[in-house]
Design a protein around this ligand. Structure first.
Ligand code: ADP
Length: 476
């Protein structure tokens, strides 16, 4: 058993309270205990970050490269071991866990390179003899609040750009996955980064979040989580005139047109809807299918989905791991009931699987209409619906008829429809013949409408949030 302490000003501290970290595949398996930070400890972490940021903000591109590159190298070298810890505490399958860890390593490598090419501009002034330069500077202390569904990738894609642009960090990871956050903090701690620049505080979001949001020395908050919490975070940041970036929910459509390659469509829909147990904000939860391919698609989906192997996340052959915890399992099962009460027909799955973990068979519904709650509210579990559409135009309309706008996909062999969908889908990310989930690490990630707020994450676009612009005028 392991302890997952807080990291405050370069010191590990367990404090007086701790919370067990339980394996969702087997609730008898307690992985370790996580510290639960007090308000005073969070304030200490913020003060330490503010003090350390002064020096880190002046670090050279080479120093930043060396630190970020070293972090990326160690993560990549340990991807199997860390992937196993991730699968054990979060419940995604071992290959998915290892893949996520590799992605975290690649993110640090990407931002190591970015540290060497932080861009600026030099312009002549409109006044004679005056020159103007425009440079990016660190924001200061960044508060990072992360969810449980990507326990290392999301902490990586927030902390790597934060450090790259010269900021200090206080990170609060989700309560359900303290192990991966601790492993990342440990690697960062040993990377050569000056003490205090990166701090980790574990514990309840409703307690720690407000301390970070209200603290005068935190310059910005980057949050990923639910819409409800995101709204609270944004309101708190607005009150304190703090920069904020939110990534929240999705109700992502996947359109399947008559001319689609059926195998490609079924692969994309099964992967997008059910892999990672459907616990991805980019999951395809609404499959919008045109009339000509509808019967064949429903038959092929039902055959593939009912044959998926649900089991222990770390067991070879498992395709769908457990749901994160009891509360989420109850929520998923409640939505299965809600859909049926609304008149949807359950084609397969939707049942609790008895055992020592939080297992549920993946649920597929037909006879659903887009206005139903099952098609408007995010479930965040292994539940997908099929909606019949007359033609492409109706499918596009249904796809966009949602308060969310994170990712949208289409399966088609028609260049005309693919091009039109890329132009007219109201989403931050559009996929053609690919699952709505599963994105690259070097390009922007984020959505429109109720899915995201503030500037984009990842790739070069991360600079928008993690830096501020200074315009200097000089007369020689
Ligand atoms: P989920 O339902 O996926 O757990 P949440 O939005 O509740 O989504 O959690 C996402 C992150 O936000 C977690 O780290 C959680 O601890 C944190 N959190 C929860 N409540 C608050 C809050 N009031 N302020 C700031 N962060 C919070």
């Amino acid at each position: 058993m392991t302890n997952f302490p807080n990291l405050i000003d370069g010191e590990w501290t367990m404090g007086t309270q701790s919370v067990p970290n339980v394996n969702p595949s087997d609730t008898n398996d307690v992985i370790g205990h996580a510290a639960s930070a007090t308000t005073e400890e969070v304030e200490q972490a913020i003060e330490a970050a503010a003090a350390a940021q002064v020096g880190w903000g002046k670090s050279t591109p080479q120093q930043r490269f060396d630190v970020l590159d070293a972090i990326g190298t160690e993560i990549l070298a340990r991807k199997e071991e860390l992937g196993d810890l991730l699968a054990r505490e979060e419940g995604k399958t071992l290959p998915e866990g290892i893949g996520e860890v590799a992605r975290a390593g690649q993110i640090f490598k990407f931002f190591a390179g970015e540290a060497l090419r932080i861009p600026g501009e030099r312009l002549d002034s409109v006044r004679p003899g005056v020159e103007v330069d425009i440079r990016r500077e660190a924001l200061g202390v960044i508060g990072i609040i992360t969810p449980w569904n990507f326990p290392i990738a999301i902490p990586a894609w927030k902390s790597a750009p934060a450090l790259c642009y010269g900021n200090a960090v206080v990170m609060k990871a989700a309560e359900a996955v303290p192990g991966s956050a601790w492993a990342l903090a440990d690697i960062i701690h040993r990377s050569g980064l000056p003490k205090g620049v990166f701090n980790l505080v574990n514990g309840k979001g409703s307690k720690i979040g407000p301390v970070m949001i209200d603290h005068q020395k935190v310059a910005g908050i980057s949050f990923t989580g639910s819409v409800q919490t995101g709204q609270q975070v944004a309101q708190g940041c607005a009150k304190n005139l703090k920069k904020v970036q939110l990534e929240m929910g999705g109700k992502n459509p996947m359109v399947v047109l008559d001319d689609a390659d059926l195998d490609v469509a079924v692969d994309a829909c099964v992967n997008g809807a059910f892999f990672s147990t459907g616990q991805r904000c980019t999951a395809s939860s609404r499959l919008i299918v045109t009339e000509g391919i509808y019967d064949a698609f429903v038959a092929a989906m039902s055959k593939t989905v009912s044959a998926l192997t649900v089991g222990d996340a770390r067991k070879a052959g498992t395709q769908i791991g457990p749901v994160i915890d009891q509360r989420q399992l109850e929520k998923d099962l409640e939505y299965v009931q809600i859909a049926q009460q609304e008149g949807a027909t359950l084609v397969c799955g939707g049942e609790k699987i008895e055992g020592s973990g939080h297992f549920m068979s993946p649920a597929l519904f037909i006879d659903t209409a887009n206005h139903m709650r099952i098609n408007q509210e995010e479930v965040f579990g292994p539940v997908a619906t099929i909606i019949k559409a007359k033609d492409y135009d109706e499918a596009l309309k249904l796809a966009n008829d949602t308060e969310f706008g994170l990712s949208a996909g289409i399966c088609t062999t028609s260049l005309k429809y693919a091009t039109d969908f890329k132009a007219n889908a109201k989403a931050g990310m559009v996929m053609v013949n690919l699952p709505t989930a599963g994105v690259d690490y070097h390009v922007p990630f984020g959505g429109t409408k109720g899915s995201s707020y503030g500037s984009r994450e990842q790739g070069r676009y991360a600079a928008e949030f993690y830096s501020t612009v200074k315009t200097s005028y000089m007369q020689a």
